[in-house]
Write a protein of this length. Structure first.
Length: 149
């Protein structure tokens, strides 16, 4: 009987933790939108890399905005912030199906592109733009967490 009680406690504790984490990410997204609308400054990770003499995030968002418009660029900003915190070297190996996600966009290993491309901002952005054209933001877990799809 005590094992069942412990199990229930662990399960409910895990559920509360997951819901709280999702709420924190969602609230971060809402605060991010408020900061952007108010003209506030936003701090994001960027290694010593620039594209076209601009910070990585600025170039990526300009490319997305030119393809899809400002609304999608804001959504992409939130998705990348959630997925990799704008870290082009981010690696996630915690997927249940033993796959991994890599790079700024956290492109999953099930996609048929090289790991070098996933970790290259230009190449992965090209790939992500094509994915968005075909599937919208569905491939990104954070888009679901943030209720963007």
């Amino acid at each position: 009987m005590e094992n069942k009680k412990l199990f229930k406690t662990v399960v409910w504790g895990s559920i509360v933790f997951i819901l709280a984490s999702a709420l924190v990410v969602y609230l971060d997204y809402q605060f991010l939108l408020n900061d952007i609308e108010a003209g506030g400054e936003i701090t994001i990770y960027t290694r010593d890399t620039s594209l076209n003499n601009k910070p990585v995030w600025e170039d990526v968002l300009e490319r997305v905005e030119s393809e899809f418009g400002q609304e999608m660029a804001l959504k992409v900003f939130a998705v990348i912030q959630c997925e990799s915190n704008w870290n082009p070297d981010a690696i996630n190996t915690a997927n249940k199906n033993k796959s991994f996600d890599a790079g700024l966009w956290q492109i999953n290993s099930t996609h048929k592109i090289t790991n070098a491309c996933k970790l290259d901002v230009n190449c992965s952005t090209d790939y992500a733009i094509e994915l968005i054209k075909k599937q919208g933001l569905k491939p990104w877990t954070c888009a679901k967490i943030l209720h963007l799809i």
